[in-house]
Ligand binder design. Sequence first.
Ligand code: ADP
Ligand code: MG
Length: 337
Amino acid sequence: MAAQNNAPLPDGLEIAGYRIVKKIASGGFSIVYLASDEDGNAVAIKEYLPSSLALRQQGELVPAISNENLPIYRIGLKCFFEEGRALARISHPNVVSVINFFRANETVYMVMAYESGRSLQEHILRRRDKGEKPLVSERFIRRMFNQVMNGLREVHTNKLLHLDLKPANIYLRLDGTPILLDFGAARQTLKTDIPKLYPMYTPGFAAPELYLKNGNLGPWTDIYSIGASIFACMVGAPPQPSDQRKTSDKMEGHYRKLEGLYSTELIEVVRWCLQLDPLERPQSVFALQKALAIQAQPQRELTFMEKITLKFKTLIGSAKRKKVESDHTTIQESTLN
Ligand SMILES: Nc1ncnc2c1ncn2[C@@H]1O[C@H](COP(=O)(O)OP(=O)(O)O)[C@@H](O)[C@H]1O
Ligand SMILES: [Mg+2]
């Protein structure tokens, strides 16, 4: 079945003690609504409704699911529920807070604290449209991602992986504090058995092991996506998708273009996170946080004596290089003969 546009629940609908105010977002997997609870507090309600499996017509509440899709739909439902249950155990200022769950309309609803702000993706796009240079400041990147990683550490401590980290799933509160949204762990469970729900990952943000059937997933998998998200803040676009990089890696050229706009240290952190081999990446979020905390060395004005010494060293160096080059030429020539 091709992906369809499902009709959202109508504004004003009363459901399990909540009142739907309006639809905020809809993706291929769910619809998110702004709603209010019995005390009038704003909440965000996420409704499980994978558009490739279930069709809800305008004016209906219960989606139609074909017999063929029903088993997969049910597995997805269970995973969505499990994901939320695991999330509900986590209480951290940088992780979205899950308040409640309920079943209705033959699907599942996850109730979260409503956060006002916008996604990091929107933030990047707005700045790109305004032509800001650098796109997102290094200071903001360092501070914000450090907080994102505080949340991610908590997630990993709870034996969960996010697996769908990208700027669209990092939400910025009005004061700039980031929170992690949208945990894709459930979808990962689905991916292994069910190809229909597979193409959930956004190319460019997904680590290469996520493309494999039995890839070795771990904190390093989320760390790849953190690197990709930092890269997206610097460039305004995701990195080259990891499956393409395996055959023709163009990332070095992209890193070079960032020189001068961002510190060498920060570019180095991104390069480390985006290693294709999981073992060559930071192995824990803490290790990455430590690396991100190393600030760029400020450029100091050289003293007169230092300038003279540097000039002298450069001269000696260039003389030596010339000698090596000429030796090299001789060797090549002799090899040719
Ligand atoms: N707790 C929340 N508070 C406010 N907005 C939210 C909340 N959760 C989700 N949203 C909004 O809904 C969008 C989609 O949510 P997300 O959980 O990423 O679902 P999807 O699976 O559709 O990508 C977010 O980008 C954000 O704009
Ligand atoms: Mg999302």
